[in-house]
Each structure stands twice: as C-alpha cells, then as structure tokens.
Design a protein around this ligand. Structure first.
Ligand code: S3P
Length: 440
C-alpha cells in the first residue's frame, strides 16, 4: 500500500472496538453459564480467531445483527478441542486462552502465523506449570505448543517478572478453576480490563497496593454470570487517526467514544507533554470504563521529550506511532525501559528504526531504549519502502508517516492491518488520506 501526502484530515473517525476487551468478552462469555451479548466487538482477525477458539472449546458463539452472542459452558466446562487451535497473529488471544484452559483436564495444541510462532510463550507456560499444567512446545517455548491442563489444580501466588497484562490475565483465568485464592503481584500497573471484567461477571477480585506493587487476589471456583457488554472503541486504534491529524497540516479531527482507562492512555499524556493540540470532550463512564471524544488538531509546535519509563505499560502498543509523531517534532524524543517492544508482533524498535532511517529520520537505539531526532513539521523526507513484518502497528505507523512526509511511503504488506483495524483504509481515506494499493 502506498501513502501519499494527505489533504487535511477532517471529520469524525469511528474506530473499531477495543481489542483487549473484545478478546476478554469472548473468553469470559465462554466461561459463564448462559447468554452473554456483546455490542461493538472488534471484528478483526485476532478477535475472530478467539471466537473460533471458544467454539472449539465448546461454547456457542454467533453474530446476531450488530451483536455477538455467546452461550458459555461455565468455569471448568471447556471441552477438549478436536483440532489445533490457530490463533493467527494474536498474542493476546493465544496467551489468554492458554490460561483459561490450563486448569481443566483437557489437552489443547496451539499455533499461529510466523510472527506468533516466533514469540516467547515461556512467560505463560511457566506460571501455568505452577498450577499443575504441562506444556510441550518448540525450543524456547515457541508455538506450536500443547498444554495438558492440570487434573488437580493448585492455586498460585505469582509475582510478574515483566510488566505484562497478558501474563497477569492468563494466571487469573487459570485461577478461576483452582481452589482457594490465586494471587498475582505486579510491580507496575498494566491494563486492568481482566480485573474489571472478572468482577462484572461476578468473580471476587480484590486489588490492594502492597510493598511490591499491586496485589490482585482472585477467589477460585466462582459462578460467572453472563453479561451484556458494550465494548468501548480502542484507544490503540484511535492513536493512528489522532497522531495523523497532529502531523498533517490543516487537520481537525474528532475521534468519538474512545476508552480512556488510565492503564491505556499514556500516549495521550505524552502527546500533550509534547505540545499536541488535543482535547478530551464529553468525558463520561460507560460499562465501567472511562470514555471520551478526542479532538486532535494539526500541531506544528510539538517538542521532543523524554518519555517517562514508568509510563511504558500504559502506552506499550503506541511507541511505533509515537516515533512517527516524534519525527515531526522539534528536538529529541527518548523512549527508555521499552525492551518488551522487541518481542511484540515484530521487533518494533528495529522495524521502526529501519523504516524511519530510510525516510530520512535519525534514530539511535539500544536493547531497551531508542531516540528519535525530530526533523520538524516539514522536515521528514519519506520516500521509503518499508517491510511491515506481519505487524499491523508497523504497517499503520508508516502509512501515517506517508500522510505528512514530502515523498510517498510504501508498505510491502498491509494485510496485517486486518488483525486489529479492518476499516483503516476506508476510514482514513474518508478523512483525507491518500492510500492506494500498489501494483508492486
Ligand atoms: C494486551 C497486553 C499487552 C499489549 C497487547 C494487548 C492485553 O501485551 O501489548 O497488545 O490485552 O492484555 P503484554 O502483556 O505482552 O504487554
């Protein structure tokens, strides 16, 4: 796909439903007895793979008009799947599902695309082994991987060695079908959708601030009761039109109904620290999550900053698009404490650094940090041909860069965008972007 200099981005950007909440809605719906209805589910490939997986474990999952309906089988009610569970590109999907099945005495084999097959799973199978589950995978704990669920699960007290909501959620989901109390301790707060949603479904979840961080205690064997869920729109998807509006001259965009859970909204704080013209209108609460309409305007006076490392967890998926904005700011933006970026759908520091350098931007990097030398609002040459590396956020970030750079930017494969933001091309084109499929 080629992205040429855009006309001013104006109008309203209706981005899809939140990916994290969509996965969790399907899984928790499948673990409840009765009918869960979900509005605003993200119909991207990642979430559709989780829907298919829930069917394979015995739940009924169907689309009914603009709602999704799940008839769950209850905690401990998962059936053994007849075939391999293919989670496609979805790290969240596979890791949360492994947790959800690990304390039921069934076997399941998981796989995914080349990106997912290269990602570390030991971070999940390690704590699941403490419950009594066994995992047999490829070297380094890579997929394909088989889990034999624990026959007599033991509750676990687990301190997260890395800031990861996926690991936290896998442990909590496993704890549902274990006796007693499962405890997860996290030094840094990661997205808390699992805790909020478990409570909404009727589980007992206590959260306390302890000496070592947040202590989350779940009581085992709850009876989860089905819910009606309204999924807020995804702040991580909103990041793309918002950031594009900041760098495309003359833009003035409204991005309505965005989930602004504080464990997810670090990017917007950072953009404001840089001097971005951003407003949060109509702030309210919907379904237990804070929501607002975001207004973003062209911001030619943004300055590079040092992004506080303790903000990393709340904006972990947004560093690629932040690095694009930083390229159009004045001065240096430094991002530290971000080694997790190297094990996302791609090595995101490397993928961005290579493409930004090819676009005329100066980038320095180390194992867990990178720095962008901003070229100012008119200073980014563009003209690069970049590899998306099966990573939706890399593809969308470079297409946004092309909207404001002097020369068009080409992305070799835009198909990964289907995983999280299937309407990206139509939506952005409708606002003023010039995105075309290239004939290679
Ligand atoms: C997610 C957690 C994060 C994030 C991912 C979604 C979740 O991953 O990058 O896109 O829904 O729990 P980590 O847990 O690996 O940080």
């Amino acid at each position: 796909m080629i992205s040429r200099r855009a006309t001013p981005l104006t109008g309203e950007a209706h981005v899809p439903g939140d990916k994290s909440i969509s996965h969790r809605s399907l899984i928790l719906g499948a673990l409840s007895v009765g009918e869960t209805r979900v509005r605003g589910l993200l119909e991207g490939e990642d979430v559709l793979a989780t829907a298919a997986a829930m069917r394979a474990f015995g739940a009924e999952v169907d689309r009914d008009g603009d709602e999704w309906v799940i008839h769950g089988v209850g905690v401990g009610g998962f059936a053994e799947p007849e075939d391999v569970i293919d989670c496609g590109n979805a790290g969240t999907g596979v890791r949360l599902i492994m947790g959800a099945m690990a304390t039921t005495p069934i076997a399941a084999t998981f796989t995914g695309d080349a990106s997912l097959r290269s990602r570390p799973m030991g971070r999940i199978t390690g704590p699941l082994a403490q419950f009594g589950a066994e995992a047999y995978g490829r070297k380094g704990g890579r997929l394909p991987l088989t889990i034999l669920g624990a026959k007599t699960p033991i509750p676990v007290r687990y301190t997260l060695p890395i800031a990861s909501a996926q690991v936290k959620s896998a442990v909590l989901f496993a704890g549902l079908n274990a006796p007693g109390e499962t405890v997860v301790i996290e030094a840094e707060a990661t997205r808390d959708h699992t805790e909020r949603m478990l409570r909404a479904f009727g589980a007992k979840v206590a959260v306390e601030d302890g000496a070592d961080g947040r202590v989350i205690t779940l009581k085992g064997y709850p009876e989860l009761s089905p819910q009606a869920i309204d999924v807020p729109r995804d702040p991580s998807s909103a990041a793309f039109p918002v950031c594009a509006a900041l760098i495309v001259e003359g833009s003035d965009l409204l991005v309505p109904n965005i989930g602004l859970n504080p464990t997810r909204s670090g990017l917007f704080e950072t953009l404001r620290d840089m001097g971005a013209d951003l407003d949060f209108e109509n702030q309210r609460e919907e379904g237990g999550e804070p929501v607002a309409d975001i207004r973003a305007r062209f911001s030619p006076d943004m300055k590079g900053i040092e992004v506080p490392p303790d903000r990393a967890a709340s904006m972990i998926d947004e560093y690629p698009i932040l690095s694009v904005v930083a390229s159009f700011a004045e001065g240096q933006t430094s991002m530290r404490g971000v080694k997790e970026l190297r094990v996302k759908e791609s090595d995101r520091i490397d993928a961005m650094a290579v493409g930004l350098r090819a676009s005329g931007v100066d980038v320095n990097e180390g194992e867990d940090w990178w720095e962008i030398q901003g070229a100012g609002p008119g200073g980014v040459k563009g003209g690069a041909s970049v590899a998306a590396r099966l990573d939706h956020r890399i593809a969308m970030s470079f297409l946004c860069l092309g909207m404001a750079a002097r020369e068009p930017v080409k992305v070799d494969d835009a198909s990964p965008i289907q995983t999280s933001f299937p309407t990206f091309q139509t939506l952005m084109s409708g606002l003023g972007a010039r995105l075309e499929r290239s004939n290679r």
